[in-house]
Design a protein around this ligand. Sequence first.
Ligand code: HEM
Length: 411
Amino acid sequence: MDVIALRRSWNQLAVAGPEAAKYFYATLFLTAPETRAMFPADMRYQEDKVLAALGHIITNIDDPDALTAFAQRLGADHRRFHGSDHEGRPVQLAERHYIWVGQALLATLEHFVGPGWTPTLRADWATAYQAVAKLMLAGAARSERVAPPFWQAEVISTERRRADICVFTVRPNYLCNYLPGQSLPIQVPTMRTWRYLSPANAPRPDGTLEFHVRATGRFSTHLVRRTAAGDTLLLGHPVGTALSSYDRAPHRRLLLIAGGTGVAPLRAILEQLQRGSGRPTTLVVGGKTPDDLYDHQALLKLAATAPEEAWSAAQDEQWLRYVPTVEIGWGWDGEVGRAVHTALRLGSWADADILVCGSPAMTRSTITALTASGVDPARILTESYDHSLYPPLSAPAGPTPRDPTTWTGVR
Ligand code: HEM
């Protein structure tokens, strides 16, 4: 297989950007109308997701180890994408869907590569695609034995904390195992759009999950304004490996820095620590004004609760130092300034593991300030989730950019 030729032809497609994505979906929906109901009703914001991923994966086909693990997990995740037949009956994603997607991909390449589209190149693309599809199907079959394709979760309570922030609790129909710090794809069935949200609680015996959502776009505004107790949401398989690896060196102090609803995964991690033997931890939550500290009461309570195991009374230090900080606050008697500057004023963090979670801009500037202060970047953990894990189609093929878009960025 000529990987260089694959990459070159992929770049020709990438130059066409959204046009190529339009062509791909038009071909797919025309040749396989059954697939239309699997995708969001409004495709404007995510047209290039699948196609971008396909190109990215296939042009990295010469790294079989990374590809195998990744494609198998992606295939397992894909079990949540279900459609419906002409009589409205649910249709699970199966081998024929992969064939249709493969055909639409080849047709799109042929259209955009033009005269360079030779029978050899076509055969190479077909072989590469089949290899990936096979891995994804194998991943799906394996996960079939251990987990449902998705969970149906009933909203059991909603709490408006601010005009644009809602905290809601859901109960999935089966126990959904996840690690604190991970996030789950969530769908409002009427919108057929999936977005990632991170539970704000450590796994509970009753399986309920608490989510924090700020209205910033169509999806999150729908959740904040329209979701009510009794509604059903769908949950996909938990993903994310960065924040959830907070325990990789339990002997180190922890510094957690949060902004906006980025506090949610960090609270889940803190709850998990509190259930064990604790760990010297500092949590700095930043906001523009005190009004932004929408989870203040829950965090105060957590800081006042001793770890369940073995936190020695001789350690007069509290296991959790909670430091809210605001940029502007009339009558505010706490810390003033941006979260990272407050954290740096509190001491040196060279020996700590640091978790950062907030908007992309907040995360970026926090990491910059921390590294400028001498912190080893390897000690900083932050999750990278947009609604796609891949570079946009118009970007040159290459490594996934580590642009951290967290749950505050859910649109
Ligand atoms: C080798 C084949 C495929 C690859 C590499 C691939 C890759 C991806 C990726 C990376 C995503 C984004 C996932 C996320 O952000 O959570 C995605 C989403 C999706 N994929 Fe696939 N996919 C493939 C095949 C298929 C097939 C055969 C179907 C069914 C016809 C399908 C249907 C979907 C749907 C419905 C979404 C969600 C789209 C959205 O919400 O915008 N995919 N795919």
